[in-house]
Design a protein around this ligand. Structure first.
Ligand SMILES: Cc1ncc(COP(=O)(O)O)c(C=O)c1O
Length: 385
């Protein structure tokens, strides 16, 4: 305890707080501070010459760093930076690499928010977007322009859960001199580590499986030291820094990622089989073991999308779900459903929806850790009505 001035007003502010106390907490404390204190001007100077770690939470905080280091280590990347959301991390990655006049090549199946960022925002700064279908006959070289800088792809796409041959496409893009950025939100490093195939940047919405409990919004970008250094400046300058508490919650969620993924993926594969046999379901989108041949485990993820046989029943279906909530996010421990057309892929035009198969009758299911029999019973009841 610090011996401070006698007056009540001063005591209430300073009493009981000694940041230098050697408290050995077992887990990382929440550094819920907007700024860090210095012993003197010499120490401030040391920070600016790169010898001190923390100055101001927008510039860096131990909780942000803990999360970024952990994801970088799990992804096998040199460095990482956390951000206030998955979109913040994607923005930092894109802006770290792109300049006005540059062209981005992206898979035509990308998260609606990423599409909106590129199509609506970055286009205003002269950055162009080209979307291509990564099929067997597609040749990346046919779409590359002299100005193409970056190739963007999701390891498991949102919402149709397509898994492209990531090692092949990364190799192709690198051969053509492009920087490769992979959104690994749906697969997580538990299933695949794109850096091992040569990806330059890997991004996560920490809001999803990394956090895992639907109680946090966060993002992380990992990659080479050089790009992450620039991306960190962008996070700081654009004010997209992650709050200490959200960073702490995400790191806490991360500790159980492996056990959650194990259970959620196993539940999902059983639910996918059940849906395939259901008469009210026209089509199930769930990756096959052949598609996921490069994953580090024999699992296909925990997201399933399916199209109702009769899409006019879509409103009835969502209404009839019992304990499974309609919530436009995913990856929590609790099973939930969403409706891509009216939420995540709202930014897509009617034409794009038709082209990608994101139809009115499409349901996106995020399978949780509950007893698989209960998930099946709840879905069956809603589909039957
Ligand atoms: C694949 C994917 N990437 C990025 C994001 C954006 O993440 P956030 O909502 O944390 O900004 C989402 C959000 O749903 C997503 O599904």
């Amino acid at each position: 305890m610090i011996n401070v001035a006698e007056r009540f007003e001063t005591k209430t502010v300073h009493i009981g707080h000694d940041p230098l106390q050697g408290v050995k907490s077992k887990t990382t404390p929440i550094y819920q501070t907007s700024v860090f204190a210095f012993e003197g001007l010499e120490e401030v100077e040391q920070y600016y010459v790169g010898e001190g770690e923390y100055l101001y939470t927008r510039n860096g905080n131990p909780n942000q760093a803990e999360l970024a280091h952990a994801i970088a280590a799990l992804e096998g990347a040199e460095a990482g930076v956390s951000a206030a959301s998955g979109m913040g991390a994607i923005m930092a990655g894109l802006l770290a690499v792109l300049s006005p006049g540059d062209h981005v090549l992206a898979s035509h199946e990308i998260y609606g928010g990423t599409y909106a960022l590129l199509h609506k925002e970055l286009s205003r700064f002269g950055i162009e977007l080209g979307c291509i279908q990564l099929g067997q006959t597609t040749k990346l070289a046919d779409h590359v322009r002299p100005t193409t800088r970056l190739f963007f792809v999701e390891s498991i796409t949102n919402p149709l859960l397509t898994v492209v041959d990531l090692p092949y496409w990364i190799k192709e893009a690198k051969r053509l001199g492009l920087t490769v950025m992979v959104d690994n939100t749906f697969a997580t490093p538990y299933l695949v580590q794109p850096v091992s195939f040569g990806a330059d940047l890997v991004v996560h919405s920490g809001t999803k499986y990394i956090g895992g409990h639907s109680d946090v919004t966060s993002g992380v970008l990992v990659g080479s030291q050089a790009i992450i250094k620039r991306a960190t400046e962008i996070v700081v300058n654009y004010g997209a820094s992650l709050s200490p508490f959200e960073a702490w919650l995400t790191s806490r969620g991360l500790k159980t990622l492996a056990v959650r993924m194990e259970r959620q993926c196993d539940n999902a594969s059983q639910i996918a089989a059940f849906l395939r046999d259901h008469p009210a379901v026209a089509r199930v989108y769930y990756p096959s073991p052949t598609e996921t041949f490069f994953f580090s485990r024999q699992k296909q993820g925990a997201m399933i999308s399916f199209a109702l046989a009769d899409e006019t029943k879509i409103y009835d279906f969502y209404r009839a779900l019992d304990w499974i909530k309609l919530a436009p996010s995913l990856a929590g421990v609790e099973t939930s459903v969403s409706h891509p057309v009216t939420t995540s892929h709202r930014a897509f035009s009617e034409e794009q929806r038709k082209e990608t198969g994101i139809t009115m009758g499409l349901v996106r299911l995020s399978v949780g850790i509950e007893a698989v029999q209960d998930i099946q019973i709840a879905l069956d009841a809603a589909l039957g009505k």
